[in-house]
Design a protein around this ligand. Structure first.
Ligand code: NAD
Ligand code: 6OD
Length: 484
């Protein structure tokens, strides 16, 4: 049986307690994972601190940048190992992970190495009463030991999205991957050793949230800052822990994202984009669409086209090139999504397609499969129109005016992302400006430039990461004032 260990101070470390990792594809046991206890987490935090006090803390930026480029190159060299591990943990199609998860895992190190190498700080000449003046300049310093708490939906991508900038800024990290997806974070430990990353700069502790590695990490007084991606409810608990010691947080959390489709859109592009935003990664993307508002003149045509697109997506194994959708991450999540499917019907939805668990062949029937599902006919206050489901499903509702759809899209506690489909440029600007979200895509979805600010408004997040914005969280900006 494969064993997945913690990675602490450059060593793979076993544990007294192990937990099972099962395949979402067919429920087979694929590994046993070492659960980090309080002592393991403490050792990891101390190793990170020691790294900051050692050669890592003194390293010239150019050398740090070279190391991070080395990490990216080594991920690419071991591309197939990462691909295999990520798809085994998540069940997602290899065709998807090959183009999104793994390349972004490498790119996240290069982009932030480039940012740190190239971003200047400010300088002011200051007049003083004695006429001799003063010079003020700013310098960036690492915040220290950063706790990184990660979800399971895009494990390598989202973990490196935090670890890349944290290391580029000279911090040391202790990562707590999701209990559902322990493998790629562990593999990254091998990469760190292979490129000569100093021991203790990158540590991984496995386990769960409450009373386990997650809570041990977020409550550890040696952790200077916490960056988290996951559910808003979890973020709330972590924020309480971070309050002790007044430690800064950066949070990327849940969403209930609306797509807005105007009658003047490029219809085929809107269908293609909405199919992706609703169903890719089996709907387990924080930016994904679960509410679709379509202008009434094209409503029926849109519903019919989205239905046929959804029904054409083949459910299957990760390594089958014809697979469009994999399973959900776990039995627990399958039950949660299914309970929403049942609630939609109980509240009066018309099921356009899907609505349940499909019958799969052979051992696949033991997996966490779910049908891509489309509903119509519900009011905006229905449960499936208000709460994040995180599955391959959406409700489609008609709208009659720009004003009306902006109000309805904004009427939610979340504010992560939107996709606006229109060929009217003035309208695109207008609507993008008025939707209460951190990310507004026009005629596209999940089109990423890693230099741009990424994060959520309202209950979808705190802070922004990406490009220079990551520096605000991962560094202390210090002013030096020199009296001449
Ligand atoms: P989750 O909140 O259940 O878990 C995330 C991580 O937090 C896991 O590692 C978990 O073990 C840990 N955790 C749980 N309780 C904890 C506690 N009390 N203290 C410390 N750590 C704790 O989220 P998930 O189910 O893994 O991921 C799905 C959620 O993540 C969805 O809500 C989705 O919208 C959100 N998400 C948001 C973004 C974004 O960028 N905004 C990206 C991906 C996922
Ligand atoms: O692309 C990114 O940088 C990012 N953080 C994506 C988040 C996707 C959520 O599931």
């Amino acid at each position: 049986m494969k064993q997945i260990k913690n990675f602490i101070d450059g060593q793979f470390v076993a544990s007294k307690t192990w937990f099972d990792k099962r395949s979402p594809v067919d429920n087979t046991l694929i590994a046993q994972v070492a659960e980090a206890g309080q002592t393991d987490v403490d050792t990891a935090v101390k190793a990170a601190r020691a790294a900051l006090n050692g050669p890592w803390g003194q390293m010239a930026i150019a050398d740090r940048v070279d190391l991070l480029y080395g990490v990216a190159d080594e991920i690419n060299r071991r591309f197939d190992d990462f691909l295999e591990a990520e798809c085994a943990d998540t069940g997602k199609p290899m065709s998807l992970a090959r183009h999104v998860d793994i390349p972004r895992g490498a790119a996240n190190f290069k982009i932030f190495a480039d940012v740190v190498k190239n971003v200047p700080t400010e300088f002011f000449e200051t007049a003083t009463p004695d006429g001799r003046g003063a010079l003020n300049y700013a310098m960036r310093r690492p915040v220290g030991v950063v706790g990184v708490i990660c979800p399971w939906n895009l494990p390598l991508l989202l973990m490196t999205w935090k670890v890349g900038p944290a290391l580029a800024c000279g911090n040391a990290v202790v990562v707590k991957p999701s209990e559902e997806t322990p493998q790629t974070a562990t593999l990254l430990g091998e990469v760190m050793n292979a490129v000569g990353m100093p021991k203790g700069v990158y540590n991984v502790v496995h386990g769960f949230g409450p009373d386990s590695a997650g809570e041990h990490l977020t409550t550890h007084p040696g952790v200077n800052a916490i960056t988290f991606t996951g559910e808003t409810r979890t973020g709330t608990a972590i924020m309480r822990a971070a309050a002790e010691g007044a430690r800064p947080v950066s949070f990327e959390m849940g969403g209930k994202n609306a797509a807005i489709v105007f009658a003047d859109c490029d219809f085929d592009a809107a269908i293609e984009g909405t199919l992706r935003s609703c169903f890719i990664n089996c709907g387990q993307v924080c930016l994904g669409t679960e509410r679709v508002y379509v202008e009434r003149p094209i409503f029926d045509r849109f519903v019919a086209a989205l239905k046929s697109g959804a029904e054409a997506m083949k459910l299957g194994r990760p390594n089958d090139p014809s697979t469009g959708i994999g399973p959900l991450i776990s039995k627990e999540h399958q039950n949660k999504v299914l309970s929403y499917y049942q609630k939609a019907v109980a509240e009066g939805a018309t099921v356009i397609t899907g609505g349940g668990v499909p019958k799969m062949d052979g051992e696949l029937d033991q997996g966490c499969w779910i049908q891509p599902t489309i509903w119509t006919g519900l009011g905006d206050d229905a449960t499936v129109c208000r709460e994040e489901i995180f599955g391959p499903c959406c409700h489609i509702a008609p709208f009659d005016s720009e004003e009306d759809v902006i109000r309805r899209a904004n009427d939610n506690v979340y504010g992560l992302a939107t996709a606006i489909w229109t060929t009217n440029l003035a309208r695109a600007h207008r609507v993008a400006g008025r939707i209460e979200v951190g990310l507004a895509w026009v005629n596209s979805w999940f089109l990423r430039d890693l230099r741009t600010p990424f994060g959520g408004a309202k209950q979808s997040g705190i802070g922004r990461e990406g490009g220079v914005h990551s520096l605000e969280f991962y560094t202390e900006l210090k002013n030096v004032c020199i009296k001449l």
